[in-house]
Ligand binder design. Structure first.
Ligand SMILES: Nc1ncnc2c1ncn2[C@@H]1O[C@H](COP(=O)(O)OP(=O)(O)OP(=O)(O)O)[C@@H](O)[C@H]1O
Length: 947
């Protein structure tokens, strides 16, 4: 361990260092004067005072000498020695640090007190608080354009932004570091020179600029605005790029910019990599590049990380020289905050803002959006501070707030005129649903409706689409398992729509554009999109998070359609399940102009990190701002808790599962069983056996649809739910599918001991994340509490509605604070056609007797159906008789339990059925079945909407 230095030693070292610095400063001054800048230097310190000097700077540039004097000022304050913040400060080159140290200890090095050598140095970076009364334009600009091109400065008028205070020293630095620029000059580029020496439009004299620490006069602000487009001062929305180090070279990542390319071409070490389409350079050209970029108002380059090591100067380090970097973040519809560490000059600028507000909790300053541009302009004058403005997407989205026209905490949404929409639909909208429709129409029919699950996104989407009915045909893209549920919803809510005009696409051979309303699954869309000759103007995407991955075929098929559609209605209860990156495709589907590059989105909201293998966008950042942006321009989301008072305790829904999923074999055995039931001269026993067989075959046939539905629910983000089924074969198939997908689940059926029932139930109640309880309708409908779930799915129907209601109440019970969703999966062309109305009829009776819930009694309206087909009528009567007879439950249960699908003739079991969209129409029997619609379906809403 080395001994500490004595006071004497320290003094000596200090003296030597000062001498070295003085020599260095003299050398620089000589260099500077030899470049024709001497005259300007003495006059340079324009009327700049603390905190508001209108000097140009490139916020992305490493700090150089302009910074130094600022820092010197701060060093006199109590915060002057503030250490650079590890995360936000920028480390300076040793040259800069050394100079800083010198200034810190030589406060006399201000322009009008300094000896020539000091003046030279000061001219490079004027102490902002010490300004001579007058500075001529030419003098000022002489420094500004001092890249060894004095001729440029001469005929050019200055602007308040025309001075880049640190350039001469940066030049000196580059002259040391860069063999190619050892003359102290950038390679000459007349074009570039012309650009960097742009005349001011205002012709404003530097002395006009009031840079005091007080407020800036409106006159000056006006000039700022006028000048911003014409001075070399950076535009508020300049094109941003980054320097990335690669060994001894560095790359510049940025989009095409003609001015920048012109600069690139002047750098001796330039190379263009055709593979990456990026330019790269030797580190020796780094300073020259950064310096030149300062003059490009349309370009901002983020400096190399640790740039101080890039341009070593040999001067002593100055660890206390801090560069403050940060960004503006939106914190409400009306305000933004400066997320940046401490800088005295910055605070002084903040204090000039009328709307300033200091949040003692977060220790951050915030301002009204209308002052955003003004603040950014002023902060750009602080060479040691880089405050990135709000991204353009945000300033556009909040344009009205920035222009002071709307400052409310919530946007005003006008009431839409829904007189053209079916009154049945409009009158049924709950108040929050009506507000949702208003929001959508206020947004021009482009939105992401992200209401919690079960809040009725379907009815709202249909209403929004119906508002734009003149622009139909309509395309509705949905998960395959709910295509027919959507068809039913259109029929239910839009009585004015001719059922023949609804086209549900079932196979790859169907036409995607055959109807006025075309309903297609995601997977079939990607196969059929080529059929679309005229783009759909109105598109609904249900479960739009299915589009979260841009690389998937479904996303690639849907995105171009959404881009050209006039109205885009995205629906999802869980738009992003794990990370903000998942939102990107949905955002650009609604607003194609937002964040044209994913990378910009990723940097801001996904905490993008660069690794050796590439960028990682799996994180999250600035989520509060993202939420505000989404709510302002893209998304409407209400949680169940927000609208609970408007919701019924239970929301029942009949889900018409896709008949296309029922295999030809299963269909054949179903038909055979149905025929058996209606065969003449059968004994009662035979008829009942046939009925039970029909019921059993139904269970078997529904398996693929049931599994598909459950997997879709999981993919849609449903975390905890119950699945009730009756047949062992269904329970087995569901558990098997969950095991395959490694979804946490429990199962309770007749074989589960009572001790196990309780512990399994507890296990489910306490589980986190995805969990499914697979339950037997008859063995688990009583005595169990599953209140941690709020959804019950009935994979099968059961003839006794009392049992169904008991099963529903496993979830809807004390401890349940949410509205509960109940989904009954109903398959057409199966025993469900008969069981469903039978259940409703029974409930009607119970309701009339006052033994069923009040809400359930509304279902009873649905039982006025008539089977016109005599065979159907006969089967229905048979069901009715069988289930009403004494002890029928027991007998039926016994018969059902004895069912062994493997032994049945023609039974295929579940394993043989494919879960994917069947593209082979020959295996499907759905077309005729699809067209058949029993009358009781027309009344299904009274069951499904007991509101
Ligand atoms: N205003 C309403 N009148 C009658 N029934 C309604 C109304 N709103 C919703 N429902 C019923 O509530 C149930 C749930 O609605 P829907 O399926 O549209 O919800 P969702 O928000 O799409 O849910 P998920 O995200 O789970 O798909 C449906 O049966 C629907 O018919």
């Amino acid at each position: 361990m080395s001994l500490p230095l004595t006071e004497e030693q320290k003094k000596k070292i200090e003296e030597n260092r000062r001498k070295a610095l003085a020599r260095r400063a003299e050398k620089l001054a000589e260099q500077h004067q030899s470049l024709g800048l001497g005259s300007s230097i003495a006059a340079l310190p324009s009327g700049c005072k603390q905190g508001s000097c209108y000097l140009p700077r490139d916020s992305s540039k490493p700090v150089s000498h302009g910074v130094i004097f600022k820092q010197q000022k701060t060093s006199n304050s109590s915060h002057g020695d503030k250490k650079p913040d590890n995360t936000q400060s920028f480390h300076l080159s040793t040259l800069e640090q050394g100079t800083w140290k010198r200034q810190e200890e030589m406060p006399t090095a201000c322009p009008h007190h300094s000896p020539p050598s000091q003046v030279t140095l000061t001219g490079i970076s004027p102490p902002l608080a010490q300004s001579p009364p007058e500075v001529s334009n030419q003098q000022f600009l002489g420094c500004e354009s001092g890249q060894g091109h004095p001729q440029v400065s001469h005929g050019t008028k200055s602007t308040p932004f025309a001075n880049t205070t640190h350039e001469p020293l940066a030049k000196a630095k580059s002259s040391q570091d860069t063999p190619a620029s050892s003359s102290g000059q950038l390679p000459r580029d007349p074009e570039l020179e012309a650009k960097t020496a742009r005349p001011s439009t205002s012709g404003q004299n530097v002395s006009d600029v009031h840079c005091g620490s007080g407020s800036v006069t409106p006159r000056i602000e006006g000039r700022f605005q006028q000048n911003s487009g014409t001075s070399p001062h950076k535009a508020v929305h300049s094109q941003e790029g980054t320097c990335v180090r690669d060994g001894n070279r560095f790359q510049v990542k940025i989009g095409y910019n003609a001015e920048l390319i012109a600069v690139f071409r002047r750098l001796p070490s330039r190379k263009f990599d055709p593979d990456t389409k990026m330019w790269n350079f030797s580190l020796t050209d780094y300073s020259a590049l950064m310096k030149a970029v300062q003059h490009l108002p349309t370009v901002t380059l983020q400096p190399l990380e640790g740039a101080s090591s890039v341009a070593p100067t040999g001067l002593p380090p100055a660890p206390s020289l801090a560069f403050v970097r940060g960004q503006c973040l939106l914190i409400s519809r009306a305000r933004f905050e400066a997320d940046i560490s401490y800088s005295q000059e910055l605070i002084a600028v903040f204090k000039q803002m009328d709307s300033r507000n200091y949040d003692a909790k977060t220790r951050k300053w915030n301002f009204l959006l209308e002052e955003h541009n003004k603040l950014i302009e002023r902060v750009r004058c602080l060479p040691q501070v880089q405050l990135s403005p709000l991204p353009k997407t945000l300033t556009l989205a909040f344009a009205s707030q920035m222009e002071k026209t709307s400052l409310g905490l919530t946007a005003d949404v006008p009431e839409a005129d829904l007189s053209g929409v079916d009154p049945k639909l409009v009158s049924n909208l709950l108040p929050f649903q009506r507000a949702g429709v208003n929001f959508a129409i206020a947004k021009g029919g482009r939105l992401l409706l992200a209401d919690d699950m079960g809040l009725g996104k379907t009815i709202q989407a249909i209403c929004i689409a119906a508002f734009y009915r003149k622009e139909w045909p309509l395309l509705v893209v949905v998960p395959s398992s709910v295509r027919f549920t959507w068809e039913q919803a259109f029929l239910q809510w839009l009585p004015s729509l001719n059922p023949e005009h609804i086209n549900v696409v079932v196979t790859g051979k169907d036409r995607l554009t055959a109807g006025l309303v075309n309903i297609v699954s995601f997977d079939l869309l990607s196969k059929l999109e080529k059929q679309i000759k005229t783009p759909f103007k109105v598109v609904i995407i249900d479960e739009s998070h299915f589009l979260k991955n841009i690389k998937t075929a479904r996303c690639r098929a849907a995105m171009p359609l959404l881009k050209v559609a006039k109205r885009v209605i995205l629906l999802s209860g869980t738009p992003a399940m794990s990370r903000p990156a998942e939102l990107y495709t949905q955002i650009i589907a609604v607003k194609p102009t937002f964040f044209p590059q994913f990378h910009a989105f990723g940097l801001r909201y996904c905490d993008a990190k660069k690794h050796a293998w590439g960028w990682d966008y799996s994180g999250s950042s600035s989520l509060g701002e993202l939420k505000l942006l989404l709510e302002e321009a893209v998304m409407l989301r209400r949680l169940k808790a927000d609208v609970l008072s408007q919701l019924p305790a239970k929301q029942r829904k009949m889900v018409v599962v896709a008949p296309g999923r029922i295999s030809a074999k299963a269909r054949a055995s179903l038909n055979a069983a149905a025929k058996e039931m209606t065969t003449k001269d059968q004994s009662k026993g035979q008829q009942r056996a046939a009925l039970i067989l029909y019921f059993n075959r139904t269970a078997e046939a529904k398996i693929p649809c049931v599994i598909e539905y459950i997997l879709d629910l999981l993919e849609s983000g449903r975390e905890k739910f119950l699945v009730f089924a009756h047949h062992k074969v269904v329970l087995d198939a569901v558990t098997e599918a969950l095991e395959k997908k490694q979804v946490q689940h429990i199962r309770i059926d007749g074989s589960t001991s009572s001790a196990d029932r309780d512990s399994l139930c507890q296990q489910f109640q306490l589980s986190k994340g995805h969990a499914v309880a697979v339950l037997s309708i008859t063995a688990a409908n009583m005595g169990l509490t599953f209140s941690s779930a709020d959804l019950v799915v009935f994979a099968e129907l059961f003839w006794n509605p009392g049992v169904l209601m008991q099963a529903e109440d496993r979830v809807h019970r004390i401890g349940q604070s949410s509205s509960v969703g109940i989904h009954y999966l109903v398959a057409r062309g199966t025993a469900d056609d008969y069981l469903w109305p039978l259940i409703q009829e029974k409930i009607k009776v119970l309701g009339e007797a006052g033994v069923s819930e009040a809400s359930f009694s509304e279902m009873t309206e649905a039982t006025d159906y008539i089977y016109k087909d005599p065979t159907q009528r006969k089967i229905y009567d048979l069901f009715q008789k069988s289930f009403e007879e004494d002890r029928s439950d027991k007998e039926l249960l016994e018969a059902v339990e004895a069912f062994d699908p493997g032994s049945a003739s023609g039974a295929s079991g579940s394993g043989s059925q494919d879960l994917g969209d069947s593209l082979d129409g020959s295996t499907l029997t759905d077309s005729p079945v699809r067209k058949r619609r029993f009358e009781f379906f027309d009344n299904w809403d009274s069951f499904t909407s007991p509101l």
